[in-house]
Design a protein around this ligand. Structure first.
Ligand code: DGT
Ligand code: CA
Ligand code: CA
Ligand code: ZN
Length: 566
């Protein structure tokens, strides 16, 4: 599926057009990007079958750009736009910037690059300009820090589909007997530095040829007889190693890591007078295990450790004592508890969301459109919220999977909710979250959340820390206090699966689990294909050592209704 690549192309074009102060076009490009991101059909097949121009929002101009990109993996239009603009368009993606500010700063201070921007901000030049102040200058500086930290790492949610596509292409090439993902992506880390893929084959040379000439490769970084590294059009590096079957398990372990976990295992091997490497587990120079990971762990005297737990944070010791907790599995998760439809800021109808959720095997879902006064999220007022509930009731009469009437409501700076209780009482499930006044200090923010938790309709605290990976840290709260309140009130804390949120993150999840707080998983999908993000939430739950009983999504519908009714 190239839908997300095409969407990215159109978004990039929109940004550059906006920088040039072109009217209307940027919105047309964004609308088309959004549609393509949200459609369930493969844009490439639509094009091949002559239906590209039937896609809503795709006219002649936009269609030509898509066709060129699909045919050549390049866009001369995008390159031209990049040449015309004197400044780096990445500047627009820094928190606190945007096209108008980028243009303005270029005109006033000749800022072209991130470096220029940083220098001017540090010298205090920006705060003197109209429309800027000390606070916005500070915000820009912290935005730059984040952009620097994040650069070079890709969000797991974007890297994982690419990895799966490469693996399935390798498998269908018939050159390999097996292929698998390793590295941080297999451990489900929220961002990845590169992808690591292993393949079993007796035709290593042919596999290398195949891998280095995949259509989305723009550069072969290195190439040897059994390993190669390439760069893809989107900048992601992919490493491939080919190995014989008898080393597959030990290589998979080695390249899954993380490094500290590997080091701990090697020490255990040495203590048992064995030697562990990517080539196998050896005793007296004889390979005694290596074909599968289970075999290697078992011969080391340990229970198998799931990849998400391999961070050397206590799992090795527990596995030696056979005391690893049984962490939640994808098949235990019966529902998705946060998603948006056209009723607020989503791109699909309730029926379309439900249909896709059914395909993913969900038994039920919560549709949680925004209600209240948040304009940017196209929030429903009380009247529209009532209609929305009626619509869900009527869809439920014929829907294959049950739909909970849900809503996501803003927690106001005072801690009150953005819509009155008499409206909230009509919903099955109320998610509350912070979307405004994000810069509050810890104590004040904690008070705000605790106050919201006193509302008897609140069931889930959604995307609790408000962070956006590569963009902002989010606010801090006094978690122990909030954990206590959550337990007392029977409120679950969310793992928002959206790739740049992953909020709670793995570390927060682990503390919540230790505190005995219940967690909910929600994709926060704004389009049907994004319901796939559920896997990312399950991965984060597993990285945080959450068990089935810690995750409310594992409750069958009847039990869920009881949980929600308290
Ligand atoms: P990333 O790519 O930065 O997100 O993180 P990883 O964990 O995927 O790291 P990467 O791609 O550098 O290497 C993949 C795995 O290979 C890593 O998790 C463990 C293993 N590995 C790499 N270098 C070393 C090393 O020097 N010693 C050991 N024991 N293992 C290594
Ligand atoms: Ca890696
Ligand atoms: Ca690597
Ligand atoms: Zn939200």
């Amino acid at each position: 599926m190239k839908n997300s690549l095409i969407a990215k192309l159109l978004y990039d074009i929109a940004d550059l057009l906006e920088l040039q102060n072109v009217q209307f076009k940027p919105n047309a490009y964004r609308a088309a990007a959004r549609t393509i991101e949200g459609m369930s059909k493969d844009i490439e097949s639509e094009w091949k079958e002559g239906r590209l121009y039937d896609v809503p929002g795709v006219g002649k101009g936009i269609g030509e750009k898509i066709e060129e990109f699909l045919a050549t993996e390049k866009s001369s239009y995008l390159e031209e736009l990049k040449k015309k603009l004197p400044m780096d368009p990445e500047l627009m993606n820094i928190e606190g910037m945007g096209p108008k500010k980028v243009m303005f700063l270029y005109k006033k201070l000749k800022i072209r690059t991130m470096k220029d921007l940083e220098e001017s901000a540090k010298k205090g030049k920006i705060r003197k300009l109209p429309g800027f102040g000390e606070k916005s200058e500070q915000k820009i500086l912290s935005g730059i820090e984040h952009a620097k930290k994040g650069s070079g790492r890709m969000l797991l949610g974007f890297a994982l589909p690419i990895a799966n596509e490469i693996i399935s292409e390798l498998r269908s090439s018939k050159l390999v007997t097996n292929a698998a993902l390793a590295g941080s992506a297999r451990r489900m880390k929220e961002t990845v530095g590169d992808l690591d893929i292993l393949a079993i084959s007796s035709k290593a040379g042919k596999v290398m040829d195949y891998f280095c000439s995949m259509p989305n490769v723009i550069e072969t970084i290195s190439r040897g007889p059994t390993k190669a590294s390439v760069r893809l059009v989107n900048g992601l590096q992919v490493d491939l190693r080919v190995l014989p079957e008898k080393e597959y398990g030990s290589a998979l372990m080695y390249f899954t890591g993380n490094k500290d976990h590997n080091v701990a295992l090697r020490k255990i091997a040495i203590a048992k007078k064995m030697k562990l490497s990517e080539y196998g587990l050896f005793k007296n120079n004889k390979q005694i295990a290596g074909k599968t990971e289970e075999e290697v762990y078992n011969k080391l005297g340990m229970h198998y450790i799931p990849p998400e737990m391999r961070e050397n944070t206590g799992e090795v010791e527990l596995a030696l004592k056979n005391k690893l907790p049984a962490i939640v599995e994808r098949k235990d998760v019966l529902c998705d508890l946060q998603m948006h439809s056209k009723w607020s800021d989503g791109s699909n109808t309730i029926e379309e969301m439900a249909a896709k959720a059914g395909e993913l095997g969900h038994k039920y879902i919560a549709i949680t459109d925004h209600a209240g006064t948040l304009v940017i999220a196209n929030s429903m007022n009380e009247k529209r919220a009532a209609k929305y509930c009626e619509e869900i009731d009527s869809i439920n009469k014929k829907s294959e999977i049950h739909i909970l009437k849900g809503t996501e409501v803003n927690i106001m700076p005072s801690g009150s909710l953005d819509i009155p209780d008499k409206c909230l009482k009509n919903f099955d499930i109320v998610l509350c979250s912070v979307h405004s006044a994000l810069t509050m200090q810890k104590e004040e923010m904690t008070k705000r959340i605790l106050k919201a938790m006193d509302n008897k309709y609140m069931r889930i605290w959604a995307h609790p820390t408000g962070r956006k990976i590569k963009i902002r840290d989010g606010y801090t709260v006094d978690f122990p206090k909030i954990f206590d309140k959550a337990k007392e009130r029977g409120i679950a804390l969310e793992i928002d699966c959206y790739p740049d949120r992953t909020d709670l993150n793995d570390i927060n999840v682990r503390s919540a689990v230790e505190a005995g707080v219940k967690l909910s998983i929600g994709t926060d999908a704004h389009a049907a294909p994004q319901l796939d993000f559920i896997n990312l939430g399950v991965g984060t739950a597993r990285r945080g050592w959450a068990k089935k009983s810690d995750i409310i999504n594992t409750m069958p519908l009847e039990k869920m209704m009881k949980f929600l009714a308290h």
